[in-house]
Each structure stands twice: as structure tokens, then as C-alpha cells.
Design a protein around this ligand. Sequence first.
Ligand code: SAM
Length: 281
Amino acid sequence: MALTYFESYPEVSSTFTFEIDDVLFSAQSDFQKIEIVQSKAFGRILFIDEMVMLTERDEFVYHEMIAHVPLFTHPNPRKVLIIGGGDGGTARECLKHPSVEKIDLVDIDEMVTQACLRFMPQLASSVFSERMNCHFEDGVQFVKETKERYDVVIIDSTDPIAVGEGLFTRDFYQDCFNLLTDDGILVNQSESPAWLPSLVEGISAKLRSIFPAVHYFQAHIPTYPSGHWVFGFASKGPHPLKDFDSQRIKAANLSLNYYNEAVHSGAFQIPTFFSRLTGNG
Ligand code: SAM
């Protein structure tokens, strides 16, 4: 019988089953259960608390979208803050932008980074860049206390449970707003509107109560719940479409597999049920 791993979706009484060949890493850190398995179809998969964080096969979709949408909208992103993202995938994409001089990555759990360095170095080795500063501490506390200012803040979090819960509160978003520069942009992973509508609605309402402009964009990520995954784009200034210069993407000539000029614009064209949830409709 095949060895299997599951991710359960209690909201829709369903389960995604992965056939796997091997468990490469399994440990309980001070914060969460971390596992990396070798699957048959999706390459290696990182699970935290029995939820899929990324698979080697489709991680490029999530990481390209969460990084390049804000970085190609902001006129000159120099300082970036990543909250979460200890696997290094988002940092890898941010580092492709020569304008980015410094990235602070704040993940509560160093074990995530250590495990990914061992089993997913194509993501985690980004932490060795001279432009990277890794802080292994609670992101909620970091944004409250730092005196730094950032052009772009990316919240690459787990789901709003356990240690991730604080990264979905209004106070946390307010602290992020305070540390953004005048034309700063915040992007956060905002879960699935198909299966978690009230969660998406709540995140949007909190962002809207703080930021002058909030937009939503979406991506198709086959191994995340429902496959329909969305991101909040909360901005102090730049508009994701009106201030987006597609020529910059051409000129940058980055090696990418999902994000491109058409995807940037198309990702903000969101379905009616989703735009109602986020107050865009
Ligand atoms: N791409 C993923 C997704 O949407 O499922 C997120 C993956 S990334 C591995 C999430 C990271 O957030 C984890 O490494 C976890 O340790 C980190 N994290 C959770 N709560 C945190 C907190 N309060 N402060 C900083 N990092 C946190």
C-alpha cells in the first residue's frame, strides 16, 4: 500500500491526499510541527502543523506573485521586510530585483530555515545573500519595536492559528502601516475566498480600516486549499495598475515561470463573489 500524507480541510469536510516515498524530516519545534516529505508527484513538500506550506512543483507561483507584484509596482523598492517566509522562497524572488538593497526576514522559527537549507536549498540558500538579515523572532513584536522603515512589507505567514494568529490582527497591520515609507506597499497571503470567505472578508476589513487603498490579486496554486489563492495589496500610494509600468518587467529580463506583464494586470481582475467579500465590488 502506498505511503500517504494528508491535508485536511475541515471547512469543506474534505482531505487532499499525497502519495509519498519518504519522510525526510520530522520534528516538533518550540512553535510547530515541521515535516518535509518526498512525494511522488509534487517533489518535496514542506508541511507545518499538517498543512502544506509549499511543494517543489508549484512553489514558484506563490513566491513569484507575492514578491514581484509589489516590487514591480513600487517605483523604487530599496528596503523590504518579509514576515514569516523562513523557507526562503519569497526572499529568493525579492533578491532578483537589483534595486533591493536590504531585506529583513523575520520568522519565529529557525528550525523551518534549517530544515529547508538541508532539504530545499534552492529556496533557503537565499538567506546567505549579503543583502539578507534574518531575525528569528516573533514578527508581531518585531514590527512593534523596529525603528527601520520599509518600502515593501510582505507577510508570508502560516494560517491564522497558533503562532500565525497574531499576523492577522488589526494591531499588527497598523504596526506594519507605521513602518512603511510614504509610498510603501504591504502584501499579505490572504488564503482562499472559495473555502474561507469569512476569513478573507475579515482580513480585507481590517486592512481597509487602516490603508487608504486596498486591492486584491489572485493566483492559481494547485496544492493550496481550493487552488484559488489570494493576496491583499494595501498601499499608501502606488496603484497596482495605474502606476504599473509593464516595460520595467521586460527590461528586467528576470528568469520567471508564472509572473509576467499580462499576469500582473490580469491577477487584479477578480470574480464577483470575491470582490464583494473584499469590498471591491
Ligand atoms: N507559503 C506558505 C503558505 O501560505 O502556506 C507560508 C510558508 S512560510 C514557511 C510561513 C512561516 O511563517 C513559517 O516559517 C512560520 O514559522 C512563520 N510564522 C508563523 N507565525 C509567525 C510569527 N508570529 N512571526 C514570524 N513568523 C511566523
